[in-house]
Design a protein. Structure first.
Length: 618
């Protein structure tokens, strides 16, 4: 008998233990949908949904919501209502093992005394559908699908409840939890509604420090609350090496490796920069940027480009060799086209490429001209360019020629020439700019020479000078004789008296400053200029009829008549025909002279006409 009792107790204990273990595994650790009423005999809209906290601790339900979806839907459906606090600082909690109760507005109207935690518009289907509970992150906490057509229940649908029944989650015996196996067909049963339902268990918790993670039901020690309900920690001096309390890092400072605040000279560069890094400089707003060695060249040059050098003004200039302007012919005899030229001289020991040089011609409004492609000058050589080579214009009045680099450096510049005569070149001779009647394009310059061969001298009758005068051989004018009382002091040794100034001059000094004449020339003792040496075997050209050779100058001159002076004036003889011819000849000569002058000064005349036209138009 005792054995039977023991065996029976063991069997019952085993069954009870087996049931207990099975039910324990079906307990949810969170909230579950405990009951759903789809309507009742009074109204199909008398609906309610009950939520139970199956967890062993209070659970926050702030902004948790109930959703309804039709039988065919697999989505969360439409929102029925949410547990929403009055403000952001409040949090809603459902205590452990308590209920939250949501009812339809129709049910609340039909039973005014029925309280609830949430109201929703009646919409639950009496045949099939789904109700879901989602947290504030839209994560599904629990779901119930009823009716045979429910498309998305938990595992398997629960049967539809008739009007006198509700869908009720099963209770696990001996514990205060409800069954949740995630299978609606196993977890729910059809029961009659309870006579009473609990509501109002949800309570509020105010978070006093919204800026601190978690819920702070009290202000932390030594913290203070600002106007935005943020809890601020006690101030910390982030710069212990600076006088006064520094709550934040001052502008323009960074922490060094020891945690001290140091001035950061480059706020735009990450990390502490106590000095400006090499190759950097401060810009106008205080940022450290790459140092531009060539601000006059586009883009930043962190080094001086090859072929450049820096000037005293801090800009980069082309490193180019010096070239000299050596000779300019602006007024060629006859037509200027193709006969005007500019000559350059290369004083360097290497070839010079002219591709980085330009001619600048003019004074008030200069024009720039590039050299022909491939132009070079040999070492210590000359090169000339005519107006056929380069389409420049050299006016016959006054102008100037400069040589510049492609970056507008002035390499060389000639003095301005002024109204040069025909074929008179403006040339640099022995370091001095002067006119010469010996143009030498492409070679070294030479001084002007006097050409004396075959020059005929026309001797005209001169009025005799007064008894106390004599004729100056240079000016052919009469001048007073020097009297004894005004005798000149003799010049010192090594000096001579200048016939032009009547002053003493140094013979050695004059000899040192005179330019040597060319091999085929000699210096004229009267004019001190170089002249061609006449051949020793040449004979002078015979003088014309009515002329004689002057023994002093070896030139031809008219024979002076020996007719005595008449006591009366010569009566003029009228010859109308010869007078007319003379006037016509004079007019023709003047017309030719005017036409030639107009052609030579055509550029200046055009500018004058434009200025007069602009003046009278105004």
């Amino acid at each position: 008998m005792h054995k039977r009792i023991v065996v029976a107790m063991l069997i019952v204990s085993s069954v009870l233990c087996g049931l207990s273990v099975k039910n324990a595994s079906a307990v949810s650790s969170s909230l579950v949908l405990s009951q759903i009423q789809l309507g009742n005999a009074v109204s199909a809209s008398n609906e309610f949904i009950e939520v139970y906290n199956n967890a062993s601790t209070d659970t926050e339900v702030t902004n948790w919501c109930l959703y309804y979806a039709s039988a065919s839907s697999t989505q969360i459906g439409s929102k029925l209502g949410c547990f929403v606090p009055e403000n952001d600082s409040l949090h809603l909690y459902l205590p452990t093992h308590t209920y939250a109760f949501a009812i339809s507005t129709i049910l609340a109207t039909n039973i005014p005394s029925l309280g609830s935690d949430l109201k929703f518009a009646a919409t639950l289907s009496g045949t099939a559908g789904h109700v879901r509970l989602l947290d504030n992150n839209n994560i599904e906490i629990d779901k119930v699908g009823w009716g045979t057509t429910a498309a998305s229940p938990e595992t398997l649908f629960t049967p539809t409840a008739p009007v006198e029944k509700v869908l009720s989650r099963k209770v696990i015996p001996l514990v205060s939890t409800l069954q949740d196996t995630d299978n609606n067909s196993l977890d729910f049963e059809l029961l009659a509604p309870r006579s009473t339902y609990s509501y109002g268990s949800i309570y509020e918790v105010q978070d006093l420090c919204k800026n601190i993670a978690g819920i702070q039901t009290s202000i932390p020690a030594e913290y203070s609350v600002d106007v935005d309900d943020n809890c601020m920690p006690p101030p910390i001096d982030v710069c212990t090496n600076i006088d006064g309390l520094q709550i934040t890092l001052p502008t323009g400072y960074e922490h060094d490796e020891d945690g001290l605040c140091q001035p950061d000279v480059c706020s735009n560069i990450e990390g502490l920069q106590m000095t400006i890094p090499t190759g950097k400089e401060l810009d106008a707003v205080g940022n450290c940027v790459d140092h531009d060695y060539c601000p006059n060249i586009s883009a930043i040059q962190i080094t001086i480009p090859e072929g450049y050098h820096t000037s005293d003004q801090g800009v980069c200039l082309l490193s180019i060799l010096p070239i000299k302007i050596n000779e300019i012919l602006a007024n060629a005899a006859g037509s200027d086209n193709g006969n005007e030229f500019i000559e350059l001289y290369n004083p360097n020991d290497t070839f010079v490429d002219l591709s980085v040089y330009q001619l600048k011609i003019g004074i008030n409004a200069p024009k720039f001209y590039s050299f022909p492609a491939g132009s070079t000058v040999e070492p210590h050589g000359y090169i000339s360019f005519s107006d056929d080579d380069i389409p420049f214009t050299l006016v016959n009045s006054t102008s100037q020629v400069s040589l510049v680099s492609s970056d507008n450096q002035l390499i060389d510049e000639s003095p301005a020439y002024s109204n040069p005569a025909d074929d008179m070149a403006w040339a640099l001779i022995n370091g001095i700019w002067q006119y010469t009647n010996q143009p030498t394009p492409g070679s070294s310059n030479i001084v002007s020479v006097d050409i004396l061969d075959n020059v005929e001298e026309v001797v005209v009758g001169l009025q005799p000078c007064a008894p106390n005068q004599y004729r100056n051989p240079e000016t052919n004018r009469c001048r007073l004789l020097v009297t004894v009382g005004s005798a000149l002091v003799p010049c010192q040794d090594g000096q001579y008296r200048s016939e032009t100034t009547n002053r003493c001059r140094s013979i050695a000094s004059d000899a040192a400053t005179l330019t040597l004449c060319n091999p085929n020339q000699e210096r004229n003792p009267e004019t001190n200029r170089c002249r061609l040496v006449a051949s020793s075997n040449s004979e002078p050209t015979p003088c014309k009829e009515g002329q004689e050779r002057n023994p002093d100058t070896n030139r031809c001159r008219n024979v002076v008549s020996s007719v005595p002076t008449a006591a009366f004036a010569v009566e003029p003889i009228s010859d109308s025909s010869s007078g007319l011819i003379g006037w016509l000849a004079v007019g023709g000569v003047c017309l030719v002279a005017l036409l030639y002058a107009g052609w030579e000064w055509r550029e200046e005349l055009l500018q004058l006409v434009r200025r007069l036209g602009a003046f009278f138009h105004w």
